[in-house]
Design a protein around this ligand. Structure first.
Ligand code: SF4
Length: 382
């Protein structure tokens, strides 16, 4: 039986942590049998920091009128990054940037084509629904046409970036220029109709309520239910081969030095907007949880609500390796990437990159009692 919203909220708020994790772990073994835990080697490349969105939690971006801070990578900058990533055993670039006022479909097509010409084996896991919606707007194209053209140029998979919390009350305050919750879902729905493999994310622990977190998970579950069958998108293919959301990843928002943190410190948050620890949040039992328990409960409830998504990642980059490993007993089956480079959450206070990457991660997974295996973005063994 599927969890209803009320059941999910009750479990999230009230179930003892151990019981919640045990239930989630049973769900994990239905999707991913055995003690195998996957991981990936890829490289995050931030192609530009110019962004119109102005998210209040983002220290990474700058406005177009800040020339001393703004950058866009030259094509030549990618080549040593790709070579280093390949030398470390990686196969993929996670390309993330911002909502650039001038970069339209032609700019991205040119970049993707040149990258694939330079390194044909390279996989591109690039952009996210906000960028696709933005490119569609400035290029006067539909989401469908943007995705079709970018795929033809070399886009392999679409990350679930920019979801934060899929609730416009939250988004209007945190990221007023970012696409709405429905636009995020519409882009993903279009990608799924094209047979693309995507991921879903949730960034929690800011101004959202627990109910809004559960609503977020339920919106993802409904969209995953609506994904087409393989015969509708890939004639003659295996019915299991249209994954929709291949995986779900959640992490706590990093607030250090952000505008959101400043507004709260100066008591300038508008009425109805509260951060954890403030009066309205004190009514929420979640505030009694230490950060690692909140992460584990969130991973576990995601595994239970998202009964149609195969893989749940333990996002150790923000919570640290120790808590990430504990999530393997709370429904997670994947440790994500060793992440050779990361610039966005680290700009807001998270510094958990591994010094010797793959060896450390494999040893950590083994020491937690699981068997590590290296995967690609489609969760195939490499
Ligand atoms: S989080 Fe992304 S969309 Fe928001 S300001 Fe930063 S770069 Fe732009």
């Amino acid at each position: 039986m599927r969890l209803t919203k009320e059941e999910a909220l009750r479990l999230y708020r009230e179930a003892p942590l151990e019981e919640l994790c045990d239930r989630a772990q049973a769900g994990r073994y239905q999707h991913v049998p055995g003690r195998r835990v996957s991981y990936q080697i890829d490289r995050n490349v931030n192609y530009t920091n110019v962004c119109l969105s102005g998210c209040k939690f983002c220290n990474f971006h700058c406005r177009p009128d800040e020339p001393e801070k703004a950058y866009t990578l030259a094509f030549e900058d990618y080549l040593p990054k790709i070579a280093e990533m390949k030398a470390l055993g990686g196969d993929q670039l996670l390309l993330q940037g911002g909502l650039h006022p001038k970069y339209d479909i032609n700019w991205y097509e040119t970049l993707f084509r040149r990258l694939k010409e330079a390194e044909p084996s390279l996989r591109l896991n690039a952009l996210g629904p906000p960028e696709i919606a933005h490119i569609a707007r400035i290029s006067r194209l539909s989401y469908h046409d943007v995705l079709v053209r970018l795929r033809a140029a070399g886009l392999d998979t679409l990350p679930g970036a920019g979801a934060e919390i899929l609730c416009d009350r939250v988004r209007k305050f945190l990221s007023p220029a970012k696409p709405t919750a429905q636009q995020w879902l519409d882009v993903m729905g279009e990608a799924h109709r094209l047979g693309m493999s995507t991921t879903a994310t949730m960034v929690y622990g800011h101004i959202e309520t627990l109910e809004e977190r559960i609503d977020h998970l339920l919106a993802l579950r409904a969209l995953q239910d609506a994904r087409p069958s393989a015969k509708d998108v890939i004639p003659g293919s295996d019915p299991e081969s249209v994954p929709g959301f291949r995986a779900f990843i959640c992490w706590p928002m990093q607030l250090a030095g952000t505008e959101l943190e400043r507004l709260a410190a100066e008591d300038r948050l508008p009425a109805g907007i509260t951060l954890p620890g403030e009066p309205a949040w004190k009514a929420e039992p979640a505030r009694r949880w230490p950060a690692d328990e909140e992460f584990l409960r969130t991973v576990a409830i995601a595994r239970l609500v998202l009964d149609n998504v195969d893989h749940i990642q333990a996002s150790w980059l923000t919570v640290g390796l120790e808590t990430g490993l504990r999530a393997l007993e709370a429904g997670a089956d994947d440790m994500g990437s060793i992440m050779i480079e990361e610039n966005v959450v680290s700009a807001a206070g998270s510094h958990n990159l591994l010094s010797d990457g793959e060896r450390t991660l494999r040893a950590a997974i083994t020491s937690a009692g699981f068997e590590p295996w290296l995967r690609d973005q489609e969760y195939r063994p490499r």
